[in-house]
Design a protein around this ligand. Structure first.
Ligand code: CA
Length: 233
């Protein structure tokens, strides 16, 4: 599957160069010239965003925070001044990498590939995926630092509670958890959340898992009891 890259950069000449270089490498690109357009574009799933720090409508750092509120995808910053790097790093925004303009499109493509390798590693060789020996056999790779989960080599675009729910289920494949238990483990404040909240998130999570592997039913419903992750993989 070709990685989808969102490019948010207001200078058409630079954007053209990037798109050309990345498409040559087999990436699928979409270019947005403003931050607002970029945010709207993120309704679609992307594997990575390239984000110019100097945008006309919203500062790149603010935009990054907006993106992070909703999405977990890796972000690579483009900065015009070397001094901005200090902010990128110093603010510990959690960006995945940055390049300073002017940069060679080939270098950018290489950095992007490195990030994608890092965040979408082949299944089963990362620490933290599940527990015990069963983890080695699972097609999931959990990256807690990035709140990201890769499934059969495809990075899942998960909302916050989908990520947490799946993380809880991954702890022990086959273990049945009631909706109350799932809510207790995955929600900060179980508060007014209802059973059907869990059901709704499980439903959307399943849809995302099926997009990757339609023939596999990763989450098992136990009628009247709750849910578990499929035990045998
Ligand atoms: Ca700019």
């Amino acid at each position: 599957m070709n990685a989808r890259i969102l490019i948010i950069e207001d200078e058409p000449a630079i954007a053209d160069n990037i798109v050309y270089a990345l498409e040559t490498e087999g990436f699928k690109c979409r270019w947005c010239a403003t931050g607002q357009e970029g945010l709207a574009a993120l309704d679609e799933p992307y594997d990575l965003a390239v984000l110019d720090v100097g945008l006309p409508d919203i500062g790149g750092f603010d935009l990054f925070k907006e993106i992070r509120k909703r999405h977990e995808l890796p972000v690579l910053f483009l900065t015009a001044r070397a001094g901005e790097i200090d902010r990128v790093v110093g603010l510990e925004l959690g960006a995945d990498d940055y390049v300073v303009k002017p940069f060679s499109p080939r270098e950018l493509a290489a950095r992007i590939k490195a990030i994608l390798r890092r965040t979408g590693r082949p299944a089963g060789n990362a620490p933290g995926a599940g527990t015990g020996s069963a983890a080695a056999a699972l097609p999931f790779v959990l990256d807690p630092e990035r709140c990201a989960i890769t499934y059969y080599g495809t990075r899942l675009e998960l909302a916050r509670y989908e990520y947490r729910l799946l993380g809880v289920l991954l702890e022990k494949p086959g273990r049945v958890l009631s909706r109350e238990q799932l809510m207790e483990k995955a929600w900060d404040v179980p508060e007014a959340s209802l059973d059907r909240t869990v059901d709704a998130h499980i439903k959307s999570l399943r849809a995302k898992l099926r997009q990757v592997k339609p023939e596999v039913e990763a989450i098992v419903t136990h009628r009247g009891l709750g849910y578990s992750l499929k035990e045998e993989w």
